[in-house]
Write a protein that binds this ligand. Sequence first.
Ligand SMILES: Nc1ncnc2c1ncn2[C@@H]1O[C@H](COP(=O)(O)OP(=O)(O)OP(=O)(O)O)[C@@H](O)[C@H]1O
Ligand SMILES: O=P(O)(O)OC[C@H]1O[C@H](OP(=O)(O)OP(=O)(O)O)[C@H](O)[C@@H]1O
Length: 230
Amino acid sequence: MTQSATNSPAESRFGPLIFAVPKGRILDEALPVMADAGLVPESAFHDKMDRSLSFATEDGAARILRVRAFDVATFVAFGAAQAGIVGSDVIEEFDYSELYAPVDLGIGKCRLSVAEPQQPVEYKYGNASHLRVATKYPGLTSRHFEAQGIQAECIKLNGAMELAPSCGLAGRIVDLVSTGGTLKSNGLVETEVIMQVSARLIVNRAAWKTDPRVAALVERFRAGSEKTAA
Ligand SMILES: Nc1ncnc2c1ncn2[C@@H]1O[C@H](COP(=O)(O)OP(=O)(O)OP(=O)(O)O)[C@@H](O)[C@H]1O
Ligand SMILES: O=P(O)(O)OC[C@H]1O[C@H](OP(=O)(O)OP(=O)(O)O)[C@H](O)[C@@H]1O
């Protein structure tokens, strides 16, 4: 692995800057944005046979952690990483007070929506004021329905939510939608949009205040996103 030849004063004081990225679908879009901000992972990061989860950057100035999308927010909120990239869906689901999302990166665009079967199905549960909803986002889902005076019983799934209605697990789902192809292929229709989603740079609040490298990183990401938007 690449090692830093000399430590900067901030690195000696704080240790290496730790940046967390999701291993899933945002990653391909995130890598060029990170490169613009000076974060280029060492070549082992791209080696599918390599089972490491932590990688040096090419210049040795930072480490990049590759974790599950939801865990990026947790690592950063608890200060295990100073910064990272994650979808606004995940940020809103957790609502961690220690997490700031200062830059919208304009990637990973989709929406979080409610969907139900195209053909009405008879369910043995649920009525107008009590719904059962399958979702990876119980926090956002409960809050959404609560705002409408509806009590939603959330069944937490980690994927393949679209199967829930046809299997009788739940009458509706709350999931991410982009092209709408997955809903259509599974006989579902989108009925409400809860929020528009895009990936954000996130930083730990305390690290942003105390570690000058974090503020500098935010400025580099901000400059990159303004360049892309122009
Ligand atoms: N269809 C989509 N189009 C665009 N962006 C999406 C889409 N689906 C998900 N995303 C964004 O990508 C993020 C990660 O999505 P996904 O659930 O596929 O990740 P993952 O890293 O495979 O997660 P996990 O490992 O927890 O299953 C989401 O939080 C969302 O912000
Ligand atoms: O509207 P579409 O363009 O069809 O995209 C929507 C699908 O994308 C996401 O799943 P993903 O492919 O990331 O797989 P997952 O179920 O493992 O999260 C999401 O959970 C939907 O299933």
